[in-house]
Design a protein around this ligand. Structure first.
Ligand SMILES: Cc1ncc(COP(=O)(O)O)c(C=O)c1O
Length: 383
């Protein structure tokens, strides 16, 4: 029997303790933070229930030791990339791994390249750490990377690229040419590349995710690839991530850190990721079909009912990066639309200055709830 996903209705969603459906008053529909309105796969619930049944809560290294192998096998079967397991490390979350890699390799004032607009914690990972953002805007006409712009941006103090691949918020899946350009620039200028590939398993038909480290040995040896089961399997609250640390300098500095500085991942997070990456493939296929259908539902309704909202159909993710600039809703349309439509979108300006006039809509919900959200947006905007 084909795997099925279970999409939650509004009452179930409001009964959850997570932030998505609790941040705003109960008349607001939540389309902001990147959690999905689906139950995680049964294999994950089973693994966690068995853990509880066994009351298996003692000190535990087994799960995090198994993670490296499980991750490597999942990468090979999903993306044709075989990260050496001895170079895979476990972290408590994706952003921890990113912060640590950048912190260990760069000094205050060093330049770190971001392809903008960009997921807000990337901005904080750079300027919150006293490093300098080197802004490389993606081409707003389709959100492609212009290699010439990337090359021109590198200066003498540039030390790293922080890449989001596939890209949040635009949903772009960088193709082999774009990734090769990034690899070439990194190789020429001796840059560390931190490649956040947490969205790699949520690619829509027609696009293919290429792990940056699979482009070639030279770039693999300067890359830290970070991943997690959190986005594709809806497990963000369980806090568990892995990183392939191909960069020997970062690996050595990691080894030199005080033993407990970074903490250790908890057994539930590790067991959940192992279950997802071992038994979750059919469920993931069903989820992807659902997400592609929602993306296309959104695209159809925007084209017919809100043609002045700019939208490039995402090649990956369940996020739509919407351009409201023609509508005169100001720099932060999400604030106006929260008032007018009672729909909570992600705020465009949080994604950097290139997000002004934009908002991010999370479409990982049911067909009906997405229709409700769109009905509200259409009425508010066309009023
Ligand atoms: C690009 C990107 N990286 C990292 C994260 C956070 O992942 P986690 O909470 O699993 O660490 C997100 C969450 O939406 C994301 O979009």
């Amino acid at each position: 029997m084909a795997a099925e996903i279970e999409i939650l209705g509004i009452d179930d969603l409001r009964s959850l303790s997570g932030i998505k459906w609790n941040k705003f008053p109960s008349d607001v529909l939540a389309a902001w933070v990147a959690d999905m309105d689906v139950r995680p796969p049964p294999c994950v619930n089973r693994a966690l229930a068995e853990l509880v049944d066994r009351a298996d809560f003692g000190y535990n290294r087994r799960a995090s030791e198994l993670l490296a192998d499980t991750f490597a096998r999942w990468q090979l079967e999903s993306h044709g990339w075989s990260p050496p397991t001895e170079e895979v490390r476990v972290f408590c979350d994706v952003l921890q791994a990113i912060d640590v890699a950048l912190w260990l390799h760069t000094d205050p004032g060093d330049g770190i390249i971001l392809l903008t607009p960009i997921y807000p914690p990337f901005i904080r990972a750079v300027d919150g750490a006293g490093r300098r953002i080197i802004d490389v805007p993606l081409d707003p006409d389709g959100w492609r990377l212009d290699p010439a712009r990337l090359r021109a941006a590198v200066d003498g103090d540039t030390r790293a690229v922080l890449l989001c691949s596939p890209h949040n918020p635009t949903g772009r899946v960088f193709d082999r040419d774009e990734l090769t350009a990034i690899a070439e620039v990194a190789n020429e200028h001796d840059l560390l590349v931190v490649s956040d590939e947490v969205w790699a398993d949520l690619v829509h038909p027609g696009a293919t995710h290429v792990p940056l480290a699979s482009i070639g040995d030279e770039v693999a040896a300067r890359t830290v690839t970070v991943s997690s089961a959190s986005k594709a399997f809806n497990l963000a609250g369980l806090r568990c991530a892995v990183a392939h640390v191909g960069h020997a300098g970062v690996a050595a500095r990691l080894d030199a850190l005080p033993g407990h500085l970074l903490g250790a991942v908890g057994t539930p997070g590790a067991e959940a990721a192992i279950a997802a990456w071992t038994d979750g493939r059919d469920w993931l296929a069903a989820l992807r079909r659902h997400l592609t259908a929602r993306r296309d539902q959104l695209a159809r309704r925007l084209a017919t009912e809100l043609p002045r909202v700019g939208f490039d159909s995402p090649e990956a993710t369940y996020l739509a990066w919407l351009d409201f600039r023609e509508l005169g809703l100001g720099d932060d349309p999400s604030a106006r639309l929260l008032d007018l439509a009672r729909v909570a979108l992600g705020s465009g300006p949080d994604f950097g200055p290139r997000g002004n006039g934009f908002g991010r809509l999370n479409f990982a919900t049911s067909e009906d709830l997405l229709d409700d959200m769109l009905d509200r947006l259409v009425s508010a905007i066309n009023a």
